[in-house]
Design a protein. Structure first.
Lengths: 262, 242
């Protein structure tokens, strides 16, 4: 196998995911409507009730809409990661997973390609959302758009790997819906996506600590800084570490030996 | 050239599915015949590397499957019993995706695809979504897919089940011609007696054990029976097969 083989394989897997994504037009629609509703309706209500003081990386007071933009971008990535994993469960039930497993290329490489495909789709959706966000006066600099890309990619890689890990442990599509509720909502709400952590600490110390240990908090913070052209080193280190751990666990869980044991 | 298994055994928990299976499948058309639950699918799963076992060995074209899986997979084409096509994608997209999994460049893959689809009378369906195809056409697409990378070994698990007579004849005659033209090893798993010809290598499996293995006509002679049905019944005591 040469590098060309690997390249065409990766291209093929990404293309398939993109084709499938555009075949399901409602998926793009719902991927955008969900965060836009939060941004336009939820944030409008909360804007009046909540004030966000000066905090890093913002140099001045900001509106609540501006504050939740990174959280909503991560929400898109989270949903896309989980939905792509759902398609893995579907592939396994329908048998098309066997086709992937029959490839002569190594399984870890194939799963990495799958993660790249998931990350690419997430990136696309996040940028469409950011463009829509301009309509509610959320300003992001050109540099912010550029530096957000690698952050979104890394976050998508992590959440995609988490989704793959979950999909490998789930035997039926029906079970996946339950796991979605137990993963997506706790991850999203127990993070700094909707409220700054210092506000959370005022409300409840133990919830604050749960948020602190939630990797999704670091996804949000990584992107928050990236949108300002800055690197949050702590968030980056945490996300990089959990990405590696989750990806390795996902790879192990997809190995034939592990699948057989289950 | 071909498939060789030595003392291949497999169990689902305490239930033995295959018990010390020794097979030698040369290039040509090999038919694996057995009733439901005989171990055909387990054997198929082991040969395709989807299931692994520490008991016994599998050699394909003289390579050990446990050691050279990548090389073997690049030479193996498989048609599964259950359809594995992506219904929402077109025939072309499905075939190109599969080609990419073998690292074949789209241009080269498309050339192969056009050639194979022409042979299978499917050229005009290239851009149609798989969802719109009937069962026979879907099966032909799956066979086309298994051949894109020009395999030396072709495994088909009950490839004609549920198809009308015309589609069955087309598929089986196409695969038989392939054997002659390309000198490849084909393992055709079935429970349909009328798909066996006297010149075929026949393997009869029952309760996880190989009951007989030789040319179909020779086996009939050896067991002093008139046809494959009687042979099958004599060896498996099973009259389920058609």
């Amino acid at each position: 196998m040469t590098l060309n083989h690997y390249f065409y394989c990766c291209l093929g897997i990404v293309k398939r995911e993109v084709f499938r994504f555009f075949q399901q037009r409602s998926r793009l629609f719902s991927a955008l409507v969900r965060p836009l509703l939060w941004l336009i309706v939820f944030a409008a209500g909360f804007r009046a009730a909540l004030g966000v003081s000066i905090m890093e990386p913002y140099g001045t007071y900001i509106t609540y809409q501006e504050y939740i933009i990174p959280g909503l971008c991560c929400m898109i990535v989270l949903f896309n990661g989980m939905q792509s994993s759902l398609s893995m469960v579907y592939d396994r039930e329908m048998g098309s997973m066997k086709v992937l497993l029959m490839s002569p290329l190594p399984m870890p490489f194939l799963l990495c390609c799958k993660l790249i495909a998931i990350a690419f789709l997430s990136l696309m959706q996040v940028y469409v959302f950011l463009l829509c966000a301009q309509l509610v006066d959320v300003d992001i600099s050109f540099l912010g758009y550029l530096t957000a890309a690698p952050a979104v990619f890394l976050i998508a890689f992590f959440l995609g790997a988490l989704g793959l890990l979950l999909s490998s442990l789930i035997k039926q599509l029906e079970n996946f819906a339950g796991v979605m509720n137990f993963v997506i909502f706790p991850m999203f709400f127990l993070s700094s996506a909707l409220y700054p952590l210092w506000k959370m600490q005022e409300a409840s110390v133990w919830i604050y600590w749960l948020c602190q240990y939630n990797p999704f908090t670091y996804c949000v913070e990584l992107l928050r800084f990236a949108l300002f052209g800055q690197l949050n080193l702590t968030a980056f280190s945490v996300i990089l570490s959990v990405t590696v751990i989750t990806a390795v666990l996902a790879l192990i869980s997809f190995s034939p030996k592990f699948s057989q044991q289950r | 050239m071909g498939i060789v298994t030595n003392n291949l055994s497999f169990a689902y928990g305490k239930k033995t599915a295959l018990n010390k299976v020794n097979l030698t499948l040369p290039a040509g058309f090999n038919v694996l015949l057995g009733p439901n639950g005989a171990g055909k699918s387990t054997l198929f799963s082991l040969l395709t590397g989807l299931t692994q076992t520490a008991n016994g060995t599998i050699h394909i074209n003289e390579d050990d499957l446990s050691k050279n899986k990548s090389k073997i997979m690049s030479q193996m084409g498989v048609v599964f019993q259950q359809s594995t096509l992506d219904l929402d994608l077109s025939v072309k997209q499905n075939l190109l995706y599969y080609a990419s999994l073998h690292g074949i460049a789209p241009k080269k893959a498309l050339k192969n695809i056009e050639l194979i689809l022409a042979q299978l009378s499917l050229t005009e369906r290239l851009h149609d979504k798989v969802r719109t195809l009937n069962g026979g056409h879907r099966r032909r697409v799956e066979i086309a897919r298994a051949l894109i990378h020009q395999p030396k070994v072709l495994l088909l698990d009950e490839a004609t089940v549920g198809l009308d007579v015309e589609s069955r004849l087309l598929i089986i005659s196409y695969v038989r011609n392939l054997c002659l033209q390309r000198d490849i090893c084909v393992l055709w798993t079935t429970h349909l007696m009328d798909e066996v010809e006297p010149s075929d290598q026949l393997i009869i499996i029952n309760k996880g054990e190989i009951q007989a293995q030789d040319q179909s006509s020779k086996l009939c002679e050896q067991y002093n029976v008139d046809d494959t049905y009687q042979l099958y019944f004599a060896l498996t005591k099973n009259a389920e097969a058609v």
